[in-house]
Design a protein around this ligand. Structure first.
Ligand code: FDA
Length: 402
């Protein structure tokens, strides 16, 4: 069997002569590599093209370098899409347990960090190496540092970068983190082939706050357990104050559900009313700040005590007053001026409209042989390993169909 690096170099030999493949896969990210491995192992001749010099770049930086590669609790409810049912087929046919099986078969040590999130013990490089090994088993050609250029479709054949194929798979992800080479080429291709788009937008992205919330920007680095809310959607995890606004897992989760102009509320103190009453009975001569410091970081307590301004000692505050303070602590309301955009967004929500695709095979209904998988499609996971699981599941679904 060829090694993965031999495979990548073998592709260079093809530079001068045109090859015909069963499928050309655009994008050597998680979805494209999974698709190439599965299709190749089923006997298809596949070529993967990517403009980056390395395969799986987002995998390599994910999860702080340890790749949160799936979530044990994955189900369709963990994804946003115009069609919430679309992801069900692929997710149920190639599950988190299937991917974990592959990880274990490759001897990659892993652990559950929290909330069902599975990470590599040592390095995300193990996941990329595993996928490249699986591609090598299927004899897939992987050609990196290659521009896609013009894509043509004539006589049921796709023409790309000097080669041809019966099928073309769009696996080029979304435009999140352009400095890593992410582009919106998936959307250009979708337009070229007449596939509709759900307007893409940055998701799992920090919020920016304006001058009225400047005091919170001064406490950059403070993180607290919280419940963040946008509309009726709430996530209980940490929130983080940054020098530009708000971040942390709970905030990133609700950002995917946010529309410009909507308020974001954060519950900073569970059982706030009971905690304040308890403080009043124990330290009636103290002010609000002293009560808050018992439960929250001091810098945050300072800002909150200024903002809420209880103009009396705790001992003089009525139940109604403490309830009002508690309500403010549990519904601390922000009106973000925006988000930090694609430069900081972990994923892109929206993308190729699932209405144009078969949920079983990921093939375009109106363009035979054209497939779209992974983040390029309007299926966006929560934070916590769900986006990679979608990449694996949708890549697998297209891989078996090719
Ligand atoms: P992906 O973006 O991975 O791959 C697309 C490929 O297409 C890339 O190799 C790119 O170079 C190539 N490409 C793009 N434009 C091209 C062009 N014009 N020409 C040629 N090639 C082109 N998810 C998760 O589940 N767990 C996690 O721990 C993390 N962590 C994380 C951290 C950070 C910092 C980011 C930015 C994202 C995550 N994610 C994540 C999200 C996850 O990385 C993402 O959803 C998947 O990588 C999507 O896989 P795809 O294969 O669809 O696209």
């Amino acid at each position: 069997m060829e090694t993965s690096s031999a495979l990548q170099h073998r592709a260079a030999d093809h530079m001068t002569r045109s090859m015909h493949y069963d499928a050309i896969i655009l994008g050597a990210g998680g979805a494209g590599l999974m698709c190439a491995a599965i299709a190749g192992q089923a006997g298809a001749r596949v070529l993967v093209l990517d403009h980056a010099p390395k395969a799986g770049k987002k995998i390599l930086i994910s999860g702080g370098g340890r790749c949160n590669f799936t979530n044990t609790g994955t189900e369709a409810g963990n994804f946003l899409s115009e069609n919430p049912h679309f992801a069900k087929s692929a997710l149920s046919r190639y599950t988190q347990w299937d991917f974990l099986g592959m990880v274990q078969a490759h001897g990659i040590a892993w652990h559950e960090k929290t909330l069902g999130q599975l990470f590599c013990d040592d390095s995300a490089r193990r996941i990329v190496a595993m996928l490249l090994d699986e591609c090598a088993k299927g004899g897939a050609d992987i050609r990196l540092s290659t521009q896609i250029g013009e894509v043509r479709h004539a006589d049921a054949t796709y023409h790309v970068a000097g080669d041809t194929a019966d099928a073309l798979v769009i696996a080029t992800g979304g435009p999140s983190i352009p400095k890593m080479g992410a582009t919106g080429v998936a959307y250009d291709l979708a337009r070229q082939f007449g596939l509709p788009l759900v307007t893409p937008r940055p998701a799992l992205v920090p919020f920016t706050l304006g001058d009225s919330d400047a005091a919170f920007r001064e406490i950059s680095g403070v993180a607290v357990p919280s419940v963040a809310r946008v509309g009726s959607t709430a996530f209980e995890e940490a929130s983080l104050f940054t020098h530009r606004g708000l971040s942390g897992p709970a905030v990133l989760q609700v950002s995917s559900y946010w529309s410009p102009g909507q308020a974001v509320t954060i519950d900073l103190l569970r059982d706030a009313a009971a905690k304040l009453r308890d403080a009043r009975s124990r330290m009636p001569r103290s002010g609000l700040k002293a009560a808050l410091i018992e439960h929250l970081p001091k810098r945050l307590a300072d800002v909150l005590a200024d903002r809420i301004a209880l103009p009396t000692e705790l001992g003089n505050a009525s139940d109604a007053t403490l309830d009002d303070v508690a309500a403010q602590l549990q519904h601390l309301t922000f009106h973000p001026t925006g988000t930090e955009g694609y430069a900081k967004a972990e994923v892109t929500a929206g993308g190729i409209d699932t209405a144009a695709l078969s949920s079983k095979t990921m093939e375009a209904r109106s363009v035979p042989g054209l497939y779209a998988i992974g983040e390029a499609v309007d299926v966006t996971g929560w934070l916590g390993g769900y986006n990679f699981q979608w990449a694996w599941s949708s890549g697998w679904a297209a891989g078996v169909a090719i």
